[in-house]
Design a protein. Structure first.
Length: 162
């Protein structure tokens, strides 16, 4: 249960978070808006890329009634490997346990059981993910990445010059 921020009394009434992995229920406009304007990791991402990413991922939407308030996306072969990305709870709904509920849903999904490796990157939510079994890499020297943090801004600038 989570607190309802619209409750006028000093003690918010609990409200349930419903989690769905049905892509038809996702509010793509809300997800795109958050990622492209409020996230630190995907600022400027075009809506077409968000749509393509969602279409090729296992997604989890968190809903209060019919309003989407949370999101997580897992990129996986659903056999050996998964990467958790784009996790967010809208700011006005934070502090109510919704991120933890979302992670419980990810942890319980049948297609994500028995994976050899499940990765993620986080700037500030280490405690949340540690409670779900994530640790720093066992052998960080064995991991490599191709990281382009400004790729969406570069694409926007290139599109504007053509």
């Amino acid at each position: 249960m989570a607190a309802d921020p619209t409750c006028p009394s000093g003690t918010p009434e609990p409200v349930p978070l419903r989690i769905s992995h049905d892509p038809a229920e996702l509010d793509i406009a809300l997800i795109h808006d958050f990622l492209s304007t409020r996230s630190t990791w995907a600022r400027g991402i075009p809506r077409a890329l968000v749509e393509r990413a969602i279409a090729h991922s296992l997604c989890f939407g968190g809903f209060v009634d019919t309003r989407q308030v949370a999101f997580a996306r897992v990129v996986s072969d659903r056999a050996t490997f998964a990467n958790l990305v784009d996790v967010f709870v809208l700011p006005e709904w934070r502090g109510r346990g919704f991120a933890t509920a979302l992670m419980h849903a990810v942890d319980a999904h049948p297609d994500l059981q028995g994976l050899r490796r499940f990765t993620l990157a986080t700037a500030d939510a280490h405690a949340l993910y540690q409670r779900h079994g994530f640790t720093p890499p066992v052998a960080p020297d064995s991991l490599m990445e191709r990281y382009r943090p400004d790729v969406y801004q570069q694409a926007t600038r290139s599109a504007g010059t053509g």
